[in-house]
Design a protein around this ligand. Structure first.
Ligand SMILES: [Zn+2]
Length: 279
């Protein structure tokens, strides 16, 4: 089972698969989603997509690397889980400072199987304040080849400085939800940008389509997928690979700023102005 099996969680799987195929790997990701979302499965699929040589950016599920990752015994993939290590066994599990310290030691050693040391931090929101402060050091100066995946239900529990150093990937349960709104709006807006429509008109389309942060995120996801597909020639509008890459970067940046509390209307409009110059 490869990364595309997780298309059910929105545009993230396609987006990350494309990024990996073009060699764009970040040293840290936050995979965020509600508790019904299989974030651990998604993280393992991402790890497979990263190291699989048979199907890069996807993961074949059959080669030695893919199988080891699925079975939980790949040499260079570490998993950190929340623990209840207090003497009284309160039942509350957290990720402690000592666990992050141990992870840091492991990430400093050279990967043995491939070129990446990967880590999955399950229940990342439960990292204690001390653990987060320590973890920040790894994000500031990650050892070469490090790829960390933080699994989170609510990344606002994590320090803003952690959020700002990770690529935030939101996973949705799309079952039964109307997902066409984001892609329809993205299509309209993208078409307007390509036709060099008046910005006032683009703004009024945005204003009527985006009523919440969630709407803004959905537009950004859909826009990114759309930009990717124009490069592969699947759309009637085509833009240069350079413009697509720059646009993708701007979309990422906008998503992160909104996540960090910037006004979504303001940031989405800003994105449009900058994309208009590129397209
Ligand atoms: Zn494989």
């Amino acid at each position: 089972m490869g990364l595309s099996a997780y298309k059910k969680y929105g545009a993230a799987a396609a987006r990350l698969g494309n990024a990996l195929r073009s060699g764009a790997v970040s040293h840290a990701y936050i995979f965020e989603g509600d508790n019904n979302i299989d974030k651990a499965g998604f993280a393992r699929a991402f790890a497979q997509a990263l190291v699989c040589r048979q199907m890069p950016g996807e993961g074949c599920g059959r080669c030695a690397e893919c199988r080891k990752i699925a079975d939980g015994n790949y040499e260079d993939l570490y998993v950190v889980e929340p623990e209840d290590t207090t003497a009284r066994k309160t039942g509350t599990t957290t990720i402690k400072d000592a666990q992050i310290e141990e992870l840091q030691v492991r990430l400093k050693s050279k990967p043995t199987a491939g070129s990446h040391n990967m880590a999955i931090i399950s229940g990342g929101d439960t990292m204690t304040a001390r653990a987060q402060t320590r973890f920040l050091k790894t994000l500031e100066e990650p050892p070469e080849g490090t790829v960390i995946m933080i699994l989170s239900e609510n990344s606002e529990e994590l320090l803003p400085t952690i959020n700002s150093r990770c690529v935030n990937v939101r996973l949705y349960d799309l079952d039964g939800k109307d997902t066409s709104t984001g892609s329809e709006l993205a299509g309209t807006v993208f078409d307007m940008l390509a036709r060099k429509a008046y910005f006032a008109d683009i703004k009024s389309v945005l204003d009527s389509g985006i009523k919440s942060r969630q709407d803004a995120y959905e537009l950004l996801d859909a826009l990114e997928t759309l930009v990717g597909s124009t490069v592969r020639g699947r759309q009637d509008i085509s833009i240069s690979p350079e413009a697509a890459l720059a646009s993708t970067g701007l979309i990422e940046e906008t998503r992160r700023d909104i996540k960090l509390g910037a006004g979504y209307n303001y940031r989405v409009r800003g994105l449009m102005l900058r994309m208009e110059e590129l397209i």
